[in-house]
Design a protein around this ligand. Structure first.
Ligand SMILES: Nc1ncnc2c1ncn2[C@@H]1O[C@H](COP(=O)(O)OP(=O)(O)OP(=O)(O)O)[C@@H](O)[C@H]1O
Length: 211
């Protein structure tokens, strides 16, 4: 699981994150601008801490002392944003298969069929992204992240922008992923009820500090 103790500094903002993740699903709440996305960007490798370390399953990903910074594409960390980013020129099946391009499906954490079943994507496989609702597109992007065989899945307000009906359609899928896989997840949201529904361990971010 994730262990970190690091500092990251923007010109006017300092993040200090010390976490020893124990639960499979860690929820992070906090006011706008408190540093939640900055935290996730350091974990995934988009940003690099100025000091301290980040380790996943006891493997160091960042270590400021030894100047170690494992590049993002070697981290095996999936990141889901607010808005699904699918390739518009590919259909759903091709978008999902894109995640398998660098690896043998048989060696992956999840098989293609398993992900299609889990997220109920079968009826959507031939559609292009412009033919999907926001909730369907988000399910595809979650499926694509799972097929990349992550060791950790980060979800940055994945339901923001979806109406309440669509939110209610996505949350059970996330609950199923939690129930049927061992995949550790960090879920950032402004809505405590989502974390309660997912039975997450809850931490709070305030002024760049996690408590
Ligand atoms: N590229 C950047 N350069 C300088 N400062 C930045 C940059 N990106 C974010 N910040 C600042 O860092 C702080 C934390 O931003 P961050 O996006 O991590 O907050 P957040 O908790 O994710 O907010 P929200 O809930 O609105 O998404 C804010 O004060 C923001 O203005």
């Amino acid at each position: 699981m994730l262990r970190c103790n690091f500092n990251f500094q923007y010109a006017d903002f300092q993040l200090h994150a010390q976490i020893d993740m124990q639960a499979q699903l860690l929820g992070i709440m906090g006011a706008s601008g408190s540093g939640k996305s900055t935290f996730l960007k350091n974990i995934v490798g988009l940003l690099q801490p100025q000091d301290g370390f980040i380790a996943l399953n006891e493997q160091l990903l960042d270590d400021a002392q030894s100047k170690l910074h494992v590049p993002m594409h070697q981290r095996r960390i999936g990141l889901i944003f607010q808005k699904a980013c699918l390739f518009p020129h590919l259909n759903v099946m091709q978008n999902l298969r894109y995640a398998l391009r660098f690896q043998n499906e048989a060696l992956g954490r999840f098989s293609f069929d398993e992900v299609v079943d889990l997220l109920q994507l079968k009826a959507l496989l031939k559609r292009r992204s412009h033919q999907l609702s926001g909730g369907e597109a988000q399910r595809v992007s979650i499926g694509r992240a799972l097929l990349s065989s992550p060791d950790l899945l980060l979800l940055d307000e994945p339901l923001t922008g979806l109406d309440s009906q669509l939110k209610e359609q996505i949350l059970p899928f996330l609950k199923d992923i939690k129930a049927h896989t061992q995949l550790p997840m960090i879920y950032v949201t402004h809505h405590l009820e989502e974390l309660r529904y997912l039975d997450a361990q809850v931490m709070y971010m305030a002024n760049g500090k996690i408590t």
